[in-house]
Design a protein around this ligand. Structure first.
Ligand SMILES: Cc1cc2nc3c(=O)[nH]c(=O)nc-3n(C[C@H](O)[C@H](O)[C@H](O)COP(=O)(O)OP(=O)(O)OC[C@H]3O[C@@H](n4cnc5c(N)ncnc54)[C@H](O)[C@@H]3O)c2cc1C
Ligand code: FES
Length: 271
């Protein structure tokens, strides 16, 4: 397990990606590593407003000099994410990372992974895609959003997929880019035409994860889901993020997740 650290991070760059989403490049002198699917708790502003840190999936983590560069892909939805949009380049924040359990990227010999991202569910799957590309492990990436403007970092996704000869499948609800309809329908079409996957990894809105769980069950496909339950502490103390587990236990999303095998979660969680 990789030890978590509470680090001072500096905003090195921010790139606007859509009217509501932006990419943050954070640098720290602290060397640290992380697994795709792990997250960090970020103090979004110096001082006490907002009081609680906010959870964000790590979209990329790599060495830079003696320290580390870490990327977050953020959608502005409220006070914390707005503060991140307003933070001046060079500004400093506090980040506790890496936290939680990430994706298991191991595949059987010759097996292929399906990565499925809905909207702002992309960050942990982008991290997984770039790791898989670097390791030469084959995968296809399914990326869905409401409109073309909300499909994020498409060229970067294409580069990662292209490095291992995989397919990038795009879908939008309004048909403005890629296939028309939701991304789970695009996956179902590939499955029906013979695409056989060893495992699917997914992050996105709950209805997308629920639809995918039903499909994966009917296909006998192993599925790992990254859940985004609201979190207060991020380290298993407040119990604010618990969901029902398959064995009747209440499981903490922050510590035992955020990535779960679908079979570890109670069926009623999806209804
Ligand atoms: C493990 C994990 C990873 C995440 N990764 C990312 C990421 O990579 N990029 C990203 O943009 N967001 C991510 N989120 C969601 C992100 O944490 C919230 O959007 C953020 O905390 C909102 O803070 P805020 O102060 O801007 O908004 P707030 O003022 O706290 O909330 C604004 C609105 O967003 C709703 N909201 C807050 N948190 C969540 C949530 N977790 N799920 C659904 N609705 C929520 C609130 O109910 C409210 O309606 C992740 C959440 C978790 C638990
Ligand atoms: S967020 Fe506090 S226990 Fe998970």
């Amino acid at each position: 397990m990789i030890a978590r650290r509470d680090m001072r991070v500096r905003l090195a760059a921010r790139r606007e990606l859509s009217p509501s989403c932006f990419l943050l490049e954070l640098v720290t002198d602290t060397p640290f590593e992380a697994q795709p699917g792990q997250f960090g708790m970020l103090a979004c502003r110096a001082g006490r407003d907002p009081f609680l840190r906010r959870p964000f999936s790590l979209a990329a983590v790599g060495a830079r000099g003696e320290g580390t560069v870490c990327e977050l892909l953020v959608k502005e939805v409220g006070r914390g994410s707005r503060a991140l949009r307003e933070l001046a380049v060079g500004g400093e924040l506090q980040l506790l990372a890496p936290l939680g359990r990430g994706f298991d990227l191991a595949t059987p010999e010759g097996g292929r992974l399906a990565l499925v991202a809905g909207g702002i569910g992309l960050p942990p799957l982008l991290f997984a895609a770039e790791r898989l590309a670097a390791a030469g492990q084959p995968f296809d990436l399914f990326l869905g959003a409401a409109t073309a403007a909300e499909l994020l970092l498409v060229e970067r996704c294409q580069r990662a997929v292209g490095a291992v000869g995989g397919e990038l499948v795009l879908a939008t609800d309004d048909g403005s880019r890629g296939e028309r309809g939701v991304i789970t329908e695009a996956l179902a079409r590939r499955w029906a035409s013979g695409a056989a996957y060893a495992t699917a990894l997914a992050c996105g809105p709950t209805p997308m994860l629920a639809a995918l769980t039903q499909l994966a069950r009917s296909w006998g496909l192993e599925l790992q889901l990254s859940l985004e339950e609201p979190m207060a502490c991020g380290v298993g103390v407040c119990l604010g993020c618990v969901v029902d587990g398959a064995d009747g236990r209440r499981v903490t999303t922050c510590k035992e997740g955020p990535v779960f095998r679908a079979s570890e979660l109670a069926a009623r969680w999806w209804q």
